[in-house]
Ligand binder design. Structure first.
Ligand code: BYC
Length: 473
């Protein structure tokens, strides 16, 4: 395994693709279909403009962030696996604990591994589709560039999963690769697999919320897959995580800049009426938090899941930072506390740690979400504004798992379905909120200038000035 990536090929890679002619041919014949998908479902317009993009030239620390102007269709989507530092890598958990990791898919685990890889792979093009039209309302050139960077990398993550399917699942894998380009976000006949990836991302507030909350599900799912006994999957996901971190950063700083602007308006005009001055008021922002957090929580699956238990026992998908957890890593007799909904009440129950793997990962996720919310709240406090952004209760507005039948307020109180109907538009973005946010979405393309509702970032990309021409129009 090379750190250095071979860029002399149509498909840049560090997996020695040129020595596997059959696989190379399969991937090369998928390439034009991917390009066709990118042109029709990827960013609308701007395909011929140069964008200041980051491209990986090697997978080690020095080489994965190379910046320069690139036209998006010329971006070198490739196949990069993280370096393997361990000589004798062993399976960390489940019934194969202690055995050597697998370089090939064991026949008995073909179906579940294929399913996991397809589910992961399906989210990547979905997010690009969801964000297709956003450039037309980009609040600045830096933001437009960040959108495109996220888009090309998500598309590369699709390549990563397609590589695994084609290299290890034969004809089935090739068929799955085709279907990944045929399903489409929000398509009633051929929707994407997971709920959140069929929602719209109609405006930039939604985009930042998505990259903060939904990309963070990506972080936790990928981190669980980096523990996999199937080593090519583990190493692929490890490299994807480096890119994912940037996407969450775009989300966190994007929301922070909107908050900053709201606070600036409140202080400057001595008013709570942020909308009057073209900003996004904090109560509206809170509603978007409620929506995106709850929809993203659903992505972790049901609290009690035999699927998840099997994945764990079989060694296919671990927990977040498996090594750091002090238990037997088999979980046959370990307990775990989960919240459940029974007899119209939310209660805590001790259940098997094995069947509650999804919930444990959701717990890790919620804790991580809260850390960024604390940083947002510090900004608000430092500006002298009295407002606190709160993550809603985990049972609020859920479609998957124990709470899907419950009506729960953001503070965790159980309410009737009538009360829910009356109150839901106080908690979730209403049509008017969407329309207001939409009305703010006007494109700003003068370098260094920003739309009325968002503050400038503190620093530019890769030490460039804020007014650098990040997209050459
Ligand atoms: N929507 O036993 P359960 C990312 C289904 S994001 C619709 O709890 P399991 C990214 C489930 O399939 C990370 N259906 O499920 C972010 C099952 O169906 P069947 C993506 C759902 O298997 C931003 C049934 O309900 N990666 O990378 O334990 C931009 C029973 O559920 C949903 C992964 O997700 C849902 N939300 O857990 C770009 C990792 N949830 O069997 C990228 C791979 C559940 O009844 N996926 N169902 O037909 C997995 O590990 C698992 O599939 C899940 C579900 C954790 C998602």
């Amino acid at each position: 395994m090379e750190a250095q990536i071979d860029y002399s090929q149509l498909i840049p890679n560090n997996v020695g693709l040129s020595s596997d002619r059959k696989l190379q041919r399969a991937l090369e014949s998928w390439h034009p279909k991917f390009m066709n998908w990118w042109q029709t479902n990827g960013p609308d317009s701007y395909q011929e403009n140069e964008v200041y993009l980051r491209t990986a030239v090697s997978v080690d620390k020095k080489g994965w962030a190379h910046f320069g102007p690139v036209k998006m269709p010329d971006y070198r989507w490739g196949i990069f696996l993280a370096e393997s530092h361990e000589q004798d890598k062993r399976i960390k958990f489940g019934e194969h604990q202690g055995e050597k990791v697998w370089q090939e898919v064991p026949a008995e685990y073909r179906a579940p591994l294929r399913r996991l890889i397809v589910t992961q792979g399906d989210t990547e093009p979905a997010s690009v589709e969801q964000q297709r039209i956003l450039a037309a309302t980009a609040p600045s050139l830096v933001d437009m560039r960040n959108l495109f960077q996220v888009n090309v990398e998500e598309a590369r993550h699709l390549w990563a999963m397609v590589y695994l399917l084609m290299a290890h699942f034969g004809r089935d894998g090739r068929e799955e690769a085709e279907e990944l380009l045929q399903r489409s976000s929000g398509d009633p006949d051929k929707p994407r697999i997971l709920g959140a990836f069929n929602e719209q991302t109609p405006d930039w507030l939604s985009f930042y919320m998505f990259t903060y909350f939904t990309d963070r599900d990506g972080k936790y799912q990928l981190a669980s897959l980096t523990e996999s006994a199937f080593d090519p999957l583990a190493r692929t996901c490890q490299f994807m995580l480096t890119e994912e971190a940037h996407h969450m950063h775009v989300g966190e700083t994007g929301v922070a800049r909107i908050i900053q602007k709201a606070c600036d308006i409140m202080n400057q005009h001595k008013t709570d009426d942020v909308r009057r001055h073209g900003g996004i008021d904090l109560p509206t922002l809170q509603k978007y938090v409620n929506f995106h957090f709850s929809v993203s929580e659903d992505l972790f699956g049901a609290e009690i899941s035999t699927n998840a238990a099997n994945y764990y026992t079989q060694g296919l998908k671990g927990r977040y930072q498996e090594n750091r957890i002090k238990d037997d890593h088999r979980l046959k007799d370990e307990p775990y506390e989960v919240s459940t909904f029974r007899d119209q009440k939310i209660a805590k129950e001790e259940v098997s740690a094995l069947t509650s793997i999804n919930e444990r990962l959701r717990d890790d996720y919620i804790e991580d979400c809260q850390r960024g919310v604390n940083r947002w709240n510090k900004l608000i406090k430092d500006a002298g504004v009295e407002f606190e952004i709160k993550l809603p209760h985990r049972a609020f507005h859920r479609q998957i798992g124990t709470f899907s039948s419950a009506c729960v307020a953001p503070d965790g109180s159980v309410i009737s379905s009538d009360q829910w109907e009356q109150k839901k538009l106080e908690w979730l973005p209403s049509q008017q909120d969407h329309e207001y946010v939409k009305s703010l979405m006007v494109q700003v393309t003068e370098p260094g200038k920003f739309a009325s509702w968002i503050a400038a970032p503190r620093i530019g990309i890769n030490s460039q000035a804020i007014d650098y021409e990040y997209v050459r129009l």
